[in-house]
Design a protein around this ligand. Structure first.
Ligand SMILES: NC(=O)c1ccc[n+]([C@@H]2O[C@H](COP(=O)([O-])OP(=O)(O)OC[C@H]3O[C@@H](n4cnc5c(N)ncnc54)[C@H](O)[C@@H]3O)[C@@H](O)[C@H]2O)c1
Length: 384
């Protein structure tokens, strides 16, 4: 069954219907989507050039509470946008279709709400809201306002994810049992919000593996986790020493359907000579085990290099999908703008983002209270 017919034929199709139709957005196909970016820090250096590769996108607004950053990015990338220092001025100062939220994580929920209330579509860096309930409310509000919200990451759009998902769906791995995902480095130094309440290594790093493993194995039913703070203080550029208030080390167990259990570890204390650059990373960061085969993703799931598939007692493992086929981790917003323009639903699904948000919250509760936490959310699956 392909993805479209799955959506039409399952109970979760109801969830998809809860979202506004893309038909309403562009009067004609291939309309240019006017984009406004809020938050002109580190990650905007990846988003802006990628958006500029699309003929369907025009960046019309740049906003940062540190206004010089908006001015600087406007100049550096020759954007030609109007610049602002507050979301209020952005929302009233320029006409646009899609807001990209690239600010400190703690601001996402409130900023996304303001944009939706003003009738704007939103692509949000992770997390798309600061609590699961806030996320649910945002999706509902978006429906009422006739707009849409989507959240990073874009891992489900990589060709390696597609290959892994199709391999699982084909039954080649037999009965699935276990999976593992991991992502860590020694932590960002350029901003303190990563270490403040509602920051942490799960919404910053673990979120990628959570999206990949639930995307491959299906929604999780329950969560058990242990989280900790290993480094109590951090040195932040231009700021000095800050207290670490949110987990910088986490192990999360997810229970999926049919007895499948997956495990994720993430943290800000993982020595890695490649640092934040995943280019030469050879780690098997995602591993999936069934009784007829196993699969290992080489590199990180957000910048995958290939997939090693082992299904034979006699033949050596095979390496698949060594090309990126144009996929880049920062492509999410460009993909969403393309979807708004062409009216073709993207693979990235907001209910998947909400599920990951619920997992993060449940993991914190599990670790704090020493309990297994049941989850209530789900999303249309399989995704590919
Ligand atoms: N930096 C990366 O490589 C990277 C990669 C993937 C995802 N992300 C995600 O992107 C988001 C931003 O991360 P970053 O590393 O770019 O952080 P950053 O600190 O470099 O940039 C954040 C910017 O947002 C601005 N800002 C904060 N509150 C604002 C508000 N209310 N209105 C307008 N501007 C505001 C800040 O002044 C700052 O310039 C986070 O969610 C992070 O998890 C970052």
């Amino acid at each position: 069954m392909n993805r479209a017919s799955f959506l039409q034929n399952t109970a979760l199709a109801g969830a998809a219907v809860l979202l506004s139709s893309l038909e309403g957005f562009a009067k004609e196909n291939n309309k240019i989507i006017r984009v406004a970016i809020i938050g002109c820090g580190s990650v905007s250096n990846r988003y802006i050039p990628h958006l500029q590769t699309s003929s369907l996108v025009k960046i019309v607004g740049l906003c940062d509470i540190i206004h010089e950053r908006a001015l600087e990015q406007n100049k550096q990338y020759k954007v030609g946008a109007i610049t602002f220092a507050s979301i209020e001025d952005l929302l009233t100062g320029v006409e646009f279709d899609l807001m990209l939220t690239l600010t400190d994580m703690q601001m996402h929920g409130a900023l996304n709400r303001k944009a939706i209330l003003a009738g704007k579509n939103v692509w949000s860096e992770k997390p798309l809201a600061n609590t699961y309930q806030e996320g649910v409310a945002l999706v509902e509000l978006a429906k009422q306002k006739g707009v849409r919200i989507w959240g990073a990451p874009a891992v489900v759009t990589s060709p390696q994810f597609e290959f892994m998902s199709q391999t699982i769906q084909s039954g080649k791995l037999g009965k699935l049992a276990s999976a593992h995902g991991q992502y860590g480095h020694t932590g960002p130094t350029w901003s303190s919000f990563f270490y403040e309440p509602l920051g942490g290594s799960m919404p910053d790093l673990g979120v990628y593996n959570m999206a990949t493993l639930t995307g491959l194995l299906g929604p999780a039913k329950s969560v058990m986790a242990m989280t900790s703070i290993v480094n109590k203080q951090r040195e932040i550029d231009h700021k000095g020493r800050v207290e670490v208030k949110e987990e910088d080390n986490a192990h999360i167990l997810l229970e999926h359907e049919n007895g499948i259990i997956s495990h994720i570890m993430c943290g800000f204390n993982y020595f890695d000579p490649f640092g934040h650059e995943a280019k030469n990373q050879t780690l098997h960061s995602i591993q999936i085990f069934g009784d007829k085969g196993n699969m290992r993703l080489i590199g990180y799931d957000w910048e995958p290099k290939s997939v090693v598939l082992d299904t034979s007692w006699t033949h050596p493992p095979e390496t698949h999908v060594t090309e990126d086929k144009g996929y880049q981790w920062q492509e999410g917003a460009t993909r969403i703008a393309t979807s708004l323009s062409t009216k073709i639903e993207p693979k990235i699904h907001v209910l998947h983002s909400l599920h990951v948000l619920e997992i993060i919250e449940a993991a914190r509760k599990s670790s704090k209270e020493g309990v297994k936490v049941q989850l209530s959310s789900a999303f249309p699956w399989p995704m590919v």
